[in-house]
Design a protein around this ligand. Structure first.
Ligand code: ZN
Ligand code: ZN
Ligand code: ZN
Length: 375
């Protein structure tokens, strides 16, 4: 994966994003933004170098100035092919030269700069040596909502990623579960996500029986048995935008209690979804889902936040969590994923990606939320 993302964005789109980011930086009291290879750089420029390396690549955005991408000379031809390349200028540096001095020449103001969370420490230390008068802040902490509101083209890509995840669920529910290892079903999930267009698989959780009570369990060697609840949670990137959905299936007929807990989580997920509308604080989505589970006496078993944002990554702000007062804005996309985890027994989680519209929420996942019985 080098060069530009396959997303249908033009240089004008990237110019507008860079302008918006520079303005947001100024509003946040920052002298500018220093963006390392990763999701912010992809979103701002369309440029996705193979990986961050010891050679400095850094987008310098400052209010009132043209954006500059500092890039190693040997990678400059690739950078010049990025969809947003004509909206910025390249400043290349050759091996043996000091890239921090080159960057410092662009940052001739002292001040506080937002820097990508995933920038390498060696690059930040190099900048600190070259620019002793500057200070740095986490770009994500300073501008958590930078990528949160999606435009129409982004929403189409999010919906397509969601549809591909849904197609994956429709196929996985047909495969045999009993007698196979979690890791085998997980491999099926990854194959299906790719078959339905994902270029990157971020996670394929298959948590059967007691493993389902651990929300961090991914896949293991456990052989799935008749009678197991199985939490499935899978997603990745399709055409540069993320999917993430969970359904909990049961191998054969469930017990009355398993059905009751599944119904409870489904009601909680529905309540969280119904709380979504413009102007509502993120924490209200968490509260709405949590209240259903608490009222049923299972509050202590819902041990994580209700949701997270999603876009060019599969986990990002805004978070649906108590204390998050950020109001929902049309175009935001995030998960609504309550769960109940009964230690050593089983777990249930149901997750959809939801986008905010003028009138409320719209689900980007829409497979059966009733408990699906598998073989
Ligand atoms: Zn069971
Ligand atoms: Zn998930
Ligand atoms: Zn999620």
């Amino acid at each position: 994966m080098t060069g530009s993302t396959p997303a249908p964005f033009t240089a004008d789109d990237y110019r507008a994003r860079m302008d918006r980011a520079a303005r947001a930086a100024a509003d946040a009291g920052l002298a500018g933004l220093l963006v390392a290879p990763g999701p912010d750089l992809v979103w701002l420029t369309g440029y996705a170098p193979p990986a961050a390396t010891e050679r400095l690549t850094l987008l310098v955005l400052a209010p009132g100035r043209a954006p500059v991408l500092v890039v190693p000379t040997l990678e400059a031809p690739d950078a010049a092919k990025a969809a947003g390349a004509s909206a910025l200028s390249l400043r290349d540096w050759t091996d043996g030269k000091d890239p921090y001095a080159a960057t410092a020449a662009l940052l001739d103001v002292d001040g506080r700069f937002g820097i990508s969370d995933n920038a390498w420490a060696m690059h930040l230390l190099g900048l600190q040596r070259a620019l002793p008068g500057t200070t740095y802040a986490s770009l994500t902490d300073a501008l958590p909502m930078l990528r949160a509101v999606k435009d129409e083209a982004e929403l189409k890509l999010m919906a397509a990623a969601g549809a591909a995840a849904d197609a994956t669920f429709e196929e996985i529910r047909k495969v045999p579960f009993a007698g196979r290892r979690e890791s085998e079903v997980g491999a099926d999930l990854a194959d299906l996500l790719r078959r339905f267009g994902h270029s990157q698989v971020d996670f394929t959780i298959v948590a059967s029986g007691p493993n389902g009570a651990n929300p961090h369990h991914e896949v293991g060697d456990r052989v799935i048995e008749h009678g197991d609840m199985v939490v499935l949670d899978f997603g990745g990137l399709k055409d540069g935008y993320g999917s993430d959905t969970s359904r909990t299936v049961h191998v054969g007929e469930p017990t009355e209690e398993e059905r009751r807990v599944h119904d409870l989580v489904r009601e909680a997920q529905e309540a969280g979804f119904r709380a979504v509308r413009p102007g509502v604080a993120c924490q209200e989505v968490d509260r709405a889902a949590r209240a259903v589970i608490e009222d049923a006496g299972y509050g202590e078993y819902f041990i994580h936040r209700t949701g997270h944002g999603i876009g060019v990554t599969t986990h990002e702000p805004p978070y649906m969590i108590e204390g998050e007062l950020q109001p929902l804005v049309p175009g935001m996309c995030f998960s609504v994923e309550p769960g109940v985890y009964l230690p050593d027994r089983f777990g249930v989680r149901i997750e959809d990606i939801v986008t905010v519209t003028e009138h409320g929420g719209r689900r980007l996942n829409d497979t059966d939320r009733e408990m699906v019985i598998v073989d």
